[in-house]
Design a protein around this ligand. Structure first.
Ligand code: SF4
Length: 340
């Protein structure tokens, strides 16, 4: 029982419990854990092993998430736990996502996390590295405290939580979410342990409707989701569910974990970005290619350089106080202020 605390969002069913935190909706038998390895059934009640169990905590620029249109040049106290509700073969953080929380670890309660964020001068919090939804109960306590002290709260997520979970996180103070779409159902089935792409698009759409700042990432993996039809699928659904103003990041894959295909050719990312721009996405980006011109922001109307970045650093910021292009006056969709 050590380190386990009662979980939220589950129901009892014939001696098992059904977890309703993510759309796997695992039926967990007595004494066992769900797919994520974090939530366990003891005596017909669901417990989480990740509450206050923090695997990493560090200050990071918000651009690294990536968030390019949210509090530019701010620093977020970024932290993680263990486990994941997907099992992507190329996971860069597999040492966290494929591990269970340790039996014993020094707890870091939400109040202490907030104190640390304030002491280090963070402008916000960010739950990242492994799937942040697995720190659900922790975030429900931390987010209102952080918001009360003027900090924003953000998630870097696979977007596979239930609708109820996302609504509760937003009610608690989630300000921004970055959702990674892997591809269509076939990509999730073959490479990520199975999941429904439609759920991820549903949550992208819901986040937008709930007024959360949203950015979408598509990791373009060599030989997996890099064909024109795969990229077109992402662009078309992005326009349908997120909308033209939401940034879409095509990021470069590098071999990791159980996947050894070569890194994504930069030309393929450029092709994806060009396709998105042509189809009507106003702010398509290229990520994980430091120094590339399309990690910077250009006015969608006149093409003027607005934010120059390099390797997650903001080098120039040319947007006027009322969030307009200084040359043509077009409105630039940004949330929060510049922190440079
Ligand atoms: S969070 Fe998702 S993967 Fe984990 S037990 Fe609940 S339904 Fe299963």
């Amino acid at each position: 029982m050590e380190g386990l605390v009662p979980a939220l969002l589950y129901e009892r069913a014939d001696g098992e419990v059904r977890c309703n935190l993510c759309e796997r909706r695992c039926r967990v038998p007595e004494g066992e854990r769900g797919f994520c390895g974090v939530r366990t059934n003891l005596g017909g009640r669901l417990y989480t092993a990740s509450y206050t169990r923090i695997s990493a905590v560090e200050m990071r620029p918000v651009e690294i998430k990536p968030f390019y249109h949210f509090h530019p040049a701010s620093q977020a106290l970024t932290f993680s736990s263990w486990g994941c509700n997907l099992s992507c073969m190329w996971c860069q953080n597999w040492h966290l996502s494929r591990s269970r929380p340790p039996e014993r670890s020094e707890p870091l309660p939400p109040e202490e996390m907030l104190r640390l964020a304030l002491r280090l001068g963070a402008q916000g919090t960010c739950v990242s590295f492994n799937e942040p939804t697995l720190l659900f109960e922790y975030c429900l306590e931390l987010f209102p405290l952080a918001r009360g002290r003027g900090l924003y709260n953000s998630f870097v997520s696979n977007g596979y939580m239930t609708e109820e979970a996302l609504r509760m996180l937003v009610d608690a103070g989630l300000d921004a979410i970055n959702i990674d779409i892997k591809g269509d159902d076939e990509v999730y089935r073959r490479y990520c342990g199975g999941a429904r792409a439609g759920v991820v698009w549903r949550n992208i759409s819901l986040a937008r409707r709930l007024g959360v700042h949203l950015e979408v990432v598509n990791l373009v993996v060599t030989g997996v989701n890099d064909a024109e039809e795969d990229l077109r699928y992402v662009v078309e659904n992005h326009l349908r569910h997120a909308g033209e103003e939401v940034p879409l990041h095509f990021t470069r894959y590098h071999p990791a974990h159980r996947f050894s295909a070569p890194p994504t050719p930069v030309e393929r990312l450029e092709f994806a970005r060009e396709l998105a721009r042509r189809e009507g996405v106003l702010y398509p980006y290229i990520g994980n290619v430091p120094g590339h011109r399309y990690e910077s922001t250009y006015c969608h109307a006149c093409g003027r350089l607005l934010i120059r970045r390099r390797g997650y650093r903001v080098l120039e910021y040319r947007i006027s106080g009322d969030r307009r292009c200084p040359r043509c006056g077009a409105e630039v969709p940004l949330t929060g202020r510049f922190h440079g």
